[in-house]
Design a protein around this ligand. Structure first.
Ligand code: QAP
Ligand code: CO
Length: 168
C-alpha cells in the first residue's frame, strides 16, 4: 500500500472523464487499498480514482469517525430517489482549505461492483448520499467548485495556484 499524490484544482487532469473498470483484478484491489490509505492519511471521507490520476471509474468512502466503515464503488450508477435537495458545506482533497455550500439530492440509489467484482445495490441518505454524488462527479471530470459562483471559483483558483507555485 502507498499514500498516493492527490491532484489539486485547477489541474486539467481532474477534468478527465474516467473509463469503466472492465475487470476487477488484484491490481484493482491494490489501487483501492492505496486509495484508502491516501484518504485516511489526509484525512478525508471520500476519494475518487481521478484524484490520484487514475482515470478508471472507482471510488472509496468512509464517513465513520474511526475508519470502521470503508465503502468501495466500482463502475457506480447513480439514480436520484428523492429530488428534495439538502445543502452541505462541501470540501475536497483536491481543493484543500476551501469549503462551499452545495445543494444536492439527499437520497440516491446506487448500483456498483464491490472489491470482489460482485454487483450490489443500495440506497444512501444524508452525508453518504452527498459524498457519493461528489465522488461520482469526479469520475466525470466535475468538481464541487463548478456549482459555486464563477467569482468564488476564480478566487479559489488564484489562491491555490499561488500556494502550488510556492511548493514547486
Ligand atoms: C468529499 O472530501 C465531500 O480542504 C470528500 O484541507 C466532502 O474528504 C463530500 C479535506 C464534504 C461531501 C461533503 C478537505 C481534507 C477532505 C480539505 C474530503 C482539507 C483536508 C475532504
Ligand atoms: Co472531491
Amino acid at each position: 500500500m502507498a499514500v498516493l499524490e492527490i491532484l489539486e484544482f485547477p489541474d486539467p487532469r481532474l477534468r478527465t472523464k474516467a473509463a469503466s473498470v472492465t475487470e476487477v483484478t488484484n491490481d484493482t484491489r491494490r489501487l483501492i487499498d492505496s486509495m484508502f490509505e491516501t484518504m485516511y492519511a489526509a484525512p478525508g471521507i471520500g476519494l475518487a480514482a481521478t484524484q490520484v490520476n487514475v482515470h478508471r471509474r472507482l471510488l472509496v468512502m468512509d464517513i465513520s469517525e474511526d475508519q470502521s466503515e470503508p465503502l468501495v464503488f466500482i463502475n457506480p450508477k447513480l439514480t436520484v430517489v428523492n429530488a428534495e435537495l439538502g445543502e452541505y458545506d462541501e470540501g475536497c482533497l483536491s481543493v484543500p482549505g476551501f469549503y462551499e455550500t452545495v445543494h444536492r439530492p439527499l437520497c440516491v440509489a446506487v448500483t456498483a461492483l464491490d472489491r470482489e467484482g460482485k454487483r450490489f445495490s443500495k440506497e444512501l441518505n444524508g452525508l453518504l448520499a452527498i459524498c457519493l454524488q461528489h465522488e461520482c462527479d469526479h469520475l466525470d471530470g466535475k468538481l464541487f467548485v463548478d456549482y459555486i459562483s464563477p467569482l468564488k471559483r476564480q478566487r479559489i483558483r488564484n489562491k491555490l495556484g499561488k500556494s502550488q507555485r510556492h511548493r514547486g
